[in-house]
Design a protein around this ligand. Structure first.
Ligand SMILES: *Cc1c(COP(=O)(O)O)cnc(C)c1O
Length: 354
């Protein structure tokens, strides 16, 4: 049989499980926090005008058109921006770059479930800090020796946003480690800690085009921070793969970030629909957090979350459910269009009263 033991050399990992992407079209898809509206109109123009001949050439390894556009939008220097293939790529590079000590990194016990996976794959020790009641972060819990900190704000999957003082407290008391704030949902009503990067060289802010800019399929994420942090990240990126982001994506991203008006309109619409949806969910008897993201983390009355999840799926309405302690009583429902949400509420009424 197999005498060779090459499998003892394998880097074994338990991978992250992304939300389901059903391959049929007549579904109401409220399970992966995608934006229900299309990208900015100028993105269409980039696609129409793109010269296929350009594919012969490698892309710009620095993604200059994109980092310049992001820098301008946020009032920073291009040398303070790192662009990656989705913020998952950006966060993975940041973990590898900044979490290189043998001290444990810290993050909340309920948060984006990719953090422990990256820590595992890179062999970074970690400690999960229990959230307080109401899924809140207590900054004093982060006053302890550590090799780095990562916090999603607003948090996933709870939608709870920590005030800027809480984040600043954590950054201030940890000058010896890099603090990463994952702001994937900040545009929907959270308070960005971006203004703090001028004062704290060890603060890295990560954002994405996947949610508020309707471009999950293009894969664009970025980090903002001191020039020193960004340089260290680029050193690691250029040590693995220089050409991560393709030319077309760079151009589309730059076009999207320049259309502030469209961005504000679509984000406002989603916030409006979210607040209206909270009222409907309350009428139906759900309990939920005061989400500042493009989803609502809600616990159903009468029936279990698992049951409601299964029943919705039978009706081709997809939401997200985790069979894990504490959060197993909740569903994470992405905010779709008003029409999609109305269909959801109709189905929920049927399921809960049926
Ligand atoms: C969606 C999400 C990401 C990843 O976004 P991509 O840019 O699509 O890779 C990162 N962090 C959190 C908390 C998210 O919810």
């Amino acid at each position: 049989m197999n005498k060779n033991n090459w499998e003892s050399c394998v880097r074994k990992v338990v991978p992250y499980v992304p939300g389901e992407q059903p391959q049929f079209s007549d579904v109401i898809k409220l399970n992966t926090n995608e934006n229900p509206y299309p990208p900015a109109p100028d993105v269409r123009k980039i696609l129409d005008d793109f010269d296929c001949g350009r594919m012969r050439l490698y892309p710009d390894p620095d993604s200059t058109v994109l980092t310049d556009a992001i820098a301008k939008r946020y009032g920073l220097k291009s040398s303070q921006i790192f662009a990656g293939v989705g913020s998952d790529d950006v966060l993975a590079v940041a973990f590898m770059t900044f979490f290189g000590s043998d001290r444990p990194i810290l993050f909340p016990d309920i948060t984006y479930s990719f953090y422990d996976v990256w820590a595992d794959v890179y062999r970074i020790p970690y400690r999960q800090i229990p959230l307080k009641s109401g899924f809140n972060i207590a900054p004093e819990d982060y006053v302890t020796e550590n090799g780095g900190i990562v916090i999603a704000n607003p948090n996933a999957p709870t939608g709870v946003a920590a005030p800027l003082e809480v984040i600043e407290n954590i950054v201030k008391v940890n000058p010896d480690s890099v603090v990463i704030i994952d702001e994937a949902y900040v545009d929907f009503g959270g308070e960005s800690c971006l203004p703090l990067i001028e004062r704290y060289e060890n603060l890295l802010v990560v954002q994405t085009f996947s949610k508020s800019r309707s471009m999950a399929g293009m894969r664009i994420g970025f980090a903002m921070g001191s020039e020193k942090l960004i340089k260290y990240m680029n050193d690691v990126k250029f040590s693995i793969n220089s050409y991560t982001m393709n030319t077309l994506t760079q151009l589309c991203g730059a076009a999207a970030v320049k259309d502030e008006k469209y961005f504000n309109e679509t984000v406002s619409k989603i916030i409006e629909t979210r607040e209206r949806s909270k009222k409907r969910l309350a009428e139906l008897g759900f309990t939920f957090t005061d989400s500042k993201a493009n989803f609502i983390f809600a616990s159903p009355p009468k029936k279990s979350a698992q049951y409601v999840f299964d029943e919705l799926k039978k009706r081709r309405i997809f939401v997200r459910y985790w069979n894990k302690p504490v959060i197993c009583e909740y569903l994470r429902i992405t905010v779709g269009t008003d029409e999609e949400m109305d269909k959801l509420f109709e189905a929920l009424e049927d399921i809960l009263n049926g």
